[in-house]
Write a new protein. Structure first.
Length: 453
């Protein structure tokens, strides 16, 4: 048996890498983890967590507005971007500290440097030239903002990495993209008071989501004053003094203060030495793996966004755990990539689990669609016009619920619980039998009686 410096070398201390490293170390493996930026990865440092903190900040605008209908007189509120960013940064630093401590406590050794793969059992730290041999290597390098789209003046655009550290709240922001990251930042900046323009090349926002969800969100965003320019791309961006002039493919122009490109992410495999080490990548540069997250090189595995399967934190964590259980815990574990509850933290919020209506129609001949669209109770006094949408998709043959979709307050929280029911194979009869909690929005899930289709 060859001698290796460690049993496991993890490249990337993000959601997937940290979980894998901790669990493998707890199984008794000798583990080293390399991180080139900050411990915690995208989710903690410049993704889910800081994003959600900004979302919270932005939603106070609605609260201040709504309060009047309930008798409150709120003096014109003032917002300070610098305070928000400083408080957010303090919280992120605290979380990063927890991630470090957790790795340390588990017995995994952190190396604060970039690492690249040199062969099936060797990694190199380019900064020092140090070589480390490992029985297994785990690639957990995540993703990075795509360089696309290309246009003249692309260098004036920022990505989601930089948006968390803008020096000031922009008066105007133009966001390129129609996916969840673009949608979320549009809501954040609109709530904080910026004039937001969304430029998306597709015919509608949120490709892959249920059509009702997409049309509801678009209408709500427009009603909130977000300008949505569909089937358009940015042709060029020119710096004019301290502003940007954005020219679209249709020849129209507008001025903005910040141009944020949120048009997708790509697996972060650039310069990682994978191709030279014989690790197969797909056409998007993602590491190709089997159901146990093993690459075509038997000693090298990959988890999380770098594999471009389902690019969400809980998935990366699940894959990291399954990898450690399989390789170091003698418990071969496959990860199920179906039935994933997920949220888009726009305002209004979206929560979904299971199939969209069009996917469900393609799979089930007797699909029943239940829908509720209503103004929540709070809106009766606040005067807010936005409606909540809830939609249940039921396979008529088995009565099983195959999809649930919501646009409205706390949709993410609601869909987390629906996810439990759906993963247990809940039927419409199970929902019907459940007593409502009154008065809530969530009670609609158990009181929808008549299918609309
Ligand atoms: C703006 C934004 C919002 C998001 N919001 C959500 C959300 O609300 N919910 C959700 O579930 N997901 C969200 N995501 C996605 C989520 O962040 C990712 O799915 C998750 O972080 C993937 O984890 P990972 O371990 O694969 O990679 P990451 O968390 O990206 O970690 C990879 C780590 O590897 C390091 N690294 C890369 N290459 C090297 C190298 N060669 N040497 C050393 N270190 C290296 C990186 O610095 C990074 O720290 C969001 C993403 C973004 C960008």
């Amino acid at each position: 048996m060859p001698q290796f410096d460690v049993d496991l070398f993890v490249i990337g201390a993000g959601s997937g890498g940290v979980r894998a490293a901790r669990v493998a170390a707890q199984y008794g493996a000798r583990v080293k983890v390399a991180e080139e930026y900050r411990v915690g990865g995208t989710c903690v440092i410049r993704g889910c967590v800081p994003k959600k903190l900004l979302v919270y900040a932005s939603r106070f605008a609605d609260e201040f507005e709504d309060a009047a209908g309930f008798g409150w007189q709120v003096p014109s509120p003032a917002f300070d971007w610098k305070t928000l960013i400083a408080n957010k940064d303090r919280e992120i630093a605290r979380l990063e500290g927890i991630y470090r401590t957790n790795l340390e406590r588990a017995g995994a050794q952190l190396i604060e440097a970039r690492a690249v793969v040199e062969g099936p059992h060797t990694v190199v730290l380019p900064a020092t030239g140090e070589r480390i041999t490992a029985r297994n290597i785990l690639i957990a390098t995540g993703g990075r903002p795509a360089d696309q789209p290309h246009f003249v003046g692309r260098e004036h655009a920022i990505s989601s990495n930089e948006v968390f550290h803008l020096a000031a709240l922009p008066e105007r922001i133009t966001i390129i993209g129609g996916g969840y990251i673009a949608i979320e930042f549009a809501a954040v900046f609109a709530g904080l008071g910026s004039k937001v323009t969304l430029v998306h090349r597709g015919p509608h926002l949120l490709r892959g989501f249920d059509e009702d969800v997409r049309t509801t969100l678009e209408a709500d965003y427009k009603a909130r004053g977000i300008e949505i320019l569909l089937e358009r791309t940015v042709a060029r961006a020119d710096k004019v003094q301290d502003r940007l002039r954005v020219t679209l493919c249709d020849g129209s122009t507008h001025e903005t203060d910040v141009l944020l490109s949120a048009a997708g992410r790509v697996p972060y495999t650039q310069g990682l030495g994978l191709a030279a080490s014989g690790v197969a990548l797909n056409e998007r540069g993602a590491v190709m793996v089997d159901e146990f997250s093993r690459t075509n090189v038997p000693s090298i595995f990959a988890v999380g966004d770098v594999t471009d399967r389902v690019n969400l934190t809980p998935m990366a964590i699940r894959e990291g755990q399954a990898f450690a259980d399989t390789v170091f815990g003698e418990r071969p574990t496959r990860v199920d990539h179906k039935l994933i509850p997920t949220a888009v933290f726009g305002t209004p919020e979206i929560g979904v689990v299971g199939l969209t209506e069009s996917e469900a129609r393609a799979q089930y001949a007797q699909l029943k669609v239940y829908k509720a669209s209503f103004r929540p109770l709070k809106a009766t006094l606040s005067g807010r016009q936005e409606r909540t949408l809830m939609k249940l998709l039921v396979d008529g043959a088995t009565d099983k619920i195959v999809g649930a979709h919501m646009v409205g307050d706390h949709a993410g929280e609601q869909v987390q619980l629906l996810g439990i029911a759906l993963s247990m194979g809940a039927t419409k009869a199970d929902f019907d039998r459940t007593l409502a909690v009154h008065p809530t929005s969530a009670e609609e899930w158990v009181t929808m009686r008549t299918p609309v289709a």
